[in-house]
Design a protein around this ligand. Structure first.
Ligand code: HDE
Length: 732
């Protein structure tokens, strides 16, 4: 994929190759100007069908350029900077409607944030079905060649709306498909298992994981006593907790996460045959993570790291994309597969047992136009289903079916949130829901009830032939009980399966994450109880964590299983496309700028994004040869780059000395096992930073193109994994 050269990645910087900017106009404009043309990455569907009628959703008269300022009711204003007062020094008059309207509206600008998943970022795109699901699902969105508009919101779970993106947490991955048969929401996460088997425990896990109620700290963290208290007493959370402590808890980018529907769903085909499935999103860019130190640095220097990354990539034309796949299981009476209970959301079915079959591809190609209108007001619901997709008796899913509708009524101020533009179906809506806060429709007719004769009996009922949603008829029987089936009792074998399927480096990261998080707890009982859990996962893991905490290593209380490993669970070992990966080009006045420009073009051509990093803002060099600096030594941090290329022996501040900011940057990149390269005399600068030419993942070439080619090759595996030092694991 070729990145658009006119991109502004990052958006605040001027871009190499772009036309020279006009001289800045430093004065406030006094006459209306033509509105700026909309950016092509800000488009929405131009037309949506509402109540059978096509409605333009763009240009709804709320643009603010080129028109006179008015009140909310359209009266033009001549002044907005001064209140109406009794004389120049007198009190403000109550009759100042403009003041009251302006302040009152401002007072009510905020709506409640989501009770979970408050922090997020979103994008528009399209889902293209390949037809592979046609034989198991009759939904039109899976018909071969069907293109369905989507809106996807990614999120963290625990933090508030303003919290940092790179915290250790599960990520939400919620997709709204605007199909011609109604909206289908696939509201999933980037981790395939959940903390609880029954929705009734959701308030418990969330209360435990959210900040302590007395001081409201820590923000967006699980590293505190209440979380670890709960998960050590509630052992069905073990597998999800382990996934959170793995590298999956700190993704490199929303673009580089898998997504999972978690629950088992039931698909129905045109002949009424059913299959059970689990949904998977597989990112084209591969599954990549940050290292913990990067996540922490990013939390401070760029708390918007993931939000920025998503928006910049789309603006640059590096459109993120995912394959949607399903694992398919026969719809048997016991709803089990290979001994795994398909109704237990704390369990996965390893891909080696049931391969993920790709049924379509989603590409995100447009950023939201307005964060509040779209990203904040979008309302997902696992009960938004289309004919062909049905739910199962997973009791976690069942509770969700209640919760999502309920929560929007508080969050979006009433029952009419489906009428907010971002939530409107693209299929015709013809409901009998009436009135309520924020009613947008002007309904005609006198008979919003069924049956009626006064509106001619309209609307009529659809049938299976006219795409009615018909629940799969299922036998239900049993005694009313509050208890889980015995198959839900195994809380450790899948945690062990996951841990043991990871590479040694990833296992080391897990051990360090537990040691860090438990190290932040104050109560020794809580640490000890959690060590008891780790003993039931892996002897090596518990001994490293116990060693780090300075506590005795407990014995397991459950027999350790001998799982068939699932290599698909590890992020290490595969190669991935390098599209959209960011390469810093380190330059200064001594650089050969012709070569810098040529290499910058080559990076673009390879589908990656070059960022010129120099000692000061503005340009380096003169005239036509000048290169625009996009990051300075002062504003750049290593976390922004996937790899770095030095254009010679740059960034020197004296004999044998490197600018200390560059030295820090290079050392961080080295420590985080990122690819480092350079051409010409760049080894001088690297040596001054203490980096050895022969070190793994360090490539220096006399020829710039050769250096770039080696660097791109290294980037395919995301990191130079061999550079991490993994201490020998204590024997089991
Ligand atoms: Fe959610 N969840 N959840 N959840 N969830 C919400 O709905 C809830 C669960 C997920 O970007 C809320 O509109 C309950 C599993 C995502 O807008 C709320 C239970 C999975 C998002 C809610 C669960 C999720 C939410 C808060 C246990 C993965 C963000 C605001 C029965 C399969 C959607 C809202 C967005 C949001 C409740 C469990 C994913 C309160 C009660 C399992 C991605 O309704």
């Amino acid at each position: 994929m070729t990145i658009k050269r006119s991109c502004s990645m990052p958006s605040s910087q001027s871009v190499p190759g772009a036309p020279a900017p006009k001289a800045p106009d430093l004065k406030e404009p006094v006459k209306p100007r033509q509105p700026l043309p909309p950016k092509d990455d800000q488009r929405q569907p131009e037309v949506r069908t509402v109540a059978g009628a096509e409605e333009k959703v763009k240009g709804n008269g709320r643009g603010q350029r080129g028109e006179y300022l008015t009140t909310a009711t359209g009266t033009r204003l001549y002044e907005t900077d001064h209140s109406l007062t009794a004389g120049e020094r007198g009190p403000t008059l109550l009759q100042d409607h403009h003041l009251r309207e302006k302040i009152t509206h401002f007072d009510h600008e905020r709506i409640p944030e989501r009770v979970v998943h408050a922090r997020g970022a979103a994008a528009h795109g399209t889902f293209l079905a390949n037809g592979a699901a046609e034989n198991i699902c009759k939904a039109s969105l899976f018909a071969s060649g069907a293109r369905t508009p989507v809106f996807v919101r990614f999120s963290t779970v625990l933090g508030s709306r303003g919290s940092a993106d790179t915290v250790r947490d599960t990520r939400g991955f919620a997709t709204k498909f605007y199909t011609d048969e109604g909206v289908f929401d696939l509201v999933g996460n980037n981790i395939p298992v959940f903390f609880i088997q029954d929705g009734i425990k959701f308030p418990d896990i969330i209360h435990a994981a959210k900040p302590h109620p007395d001081r409201e700290i820590p923000q967006a963290q699980s590293a505190h006593d209440t979380f670890w208290d709960f998960v050590s007493l509630h052992t069905e959370a073990t597998a999800h907790t382990l996934w959170n402590m793995s590298d999956r808890g700190i993704p490199r980018s929303y673009r580089m996460m898998e997504g999972f529907g978690i629950h088992t769903f039931r698909l129905v085909n045109a002949d009424g045959e059913t299959n059970l499935v689990k949904f998977h999103w597989k990112p084209a860019a591969g599954v990549h993570s940050l290292v913990w130190e990067e996540a922490q640095i990013a939390g401070g220097v760029d708390p918007d790291f993931h939000r920025r990354d998503l928006a910049d990539a789309i603006e640059a034309g590096a459109y993120p994309s995912w394959d949607l796949g399903v694992q398919v299981f026969p719809d048997t009476e016991d709803e089990m597969f290979e001994g795994i209970d398909l109704l237990d959301p704390t369990k996965i079915v390893p891909e080696e047992l049931a391969p993920v079959q790709v049924i379509g591809t989603m590409t995100l190609d447009a950023n939201p136009t307005n964060f509040f209108a779209e990203t904040e007001q979008v309302a997902f619901h696992p009960g938004h289903l289309v004919p062909g997709v049905d739910i199962t008796n997973d009791r976690l899913l069942q509770a969700r079916l209640f919760s999502y509708l309920d929560t929007q009524i508080t969050r979006l101020g009433g029952p009419n949130f489906d009428q907010i533009p971002i939530n409107r179906p693209h299929a015709p809506v013809n409901d009998m829901l009436r009135d309520g806060f924020h009613q947008d429709g002007v309904h005609t007719g006198v008979a919003p009830y069924h049956p009626n004769s006064l509106d001619g009996g309209c609307p009529f009922m659809a049938s299976a032939d006219s795409a009615a949603y018909i629940e799969v008829p299922q036998e239900v029987s049993g005694r009313k009980v509050r208890q889980a089936p015995a198959s839900f009792d195994d809380h450790f074998s899948q945690a062990r399966l996951f841990y043991r399927s990871l590479s040694p480096v990833e296992q080391e990261h897990v051990a360090q994450a537990y040691t860090f998080e438990l190290g932040k707890c104050y109560e020794e009982n809580i640490k000890t109880r959690n060590l008891g859990i780790l003993a039931n996962i892996d002897a090596g893991l518990v001994s490293i964590v116990a060693g780090g905490l300075g506590l005795p290593v407990p014995e397991p209380t459950e027999p350790l299983s001998d799982p068939e490993l699932s290599p698909a669970l590890s992020q290490v070992g595969a190669e991935w496309p390098v599209d959209g990966r960011i390469i810093a080009l380190l330059v200064d006045e001594n650089s050969d700028l012709d070569t810098v420009v040529a290499i910058r073009d080559k990076i673009f051509d390879a589908g990656m994004v070059p960022l010129i990093l120099g000692p000061h803002g503005g340009t380096i060099g003169d005239g036509d040869d000048a290169v625009t600096v996009q990051r300075t030594y002062l504003t750049a941090r290593s976390i922004e780059f996937d790899a770095i290329l030095l254009s010679g022996d740059v960034s020197r501040i004296g004999e044998g000395k490197l600018d200390p900011r560059v030295e820090t940057l290079l050392n961080e990149m080295y420590r985080h096992s990122k690819a480092i390269g350079g051409w010409g005399e760049s080894m001088g600068a690297l040596a001054a930073a203490g980096i050895d030419e022969s070190a793994l993942g360090v490539v220096v070439d006399a020829d710039a193109e050769g250096a770039l080619a080696s660097l791109a090759q290294l980037l395919k595996t995301h990191r130079v994994w061999g550079r991490f030092e993994v201490p020998p694991t204590p024997s089991e």
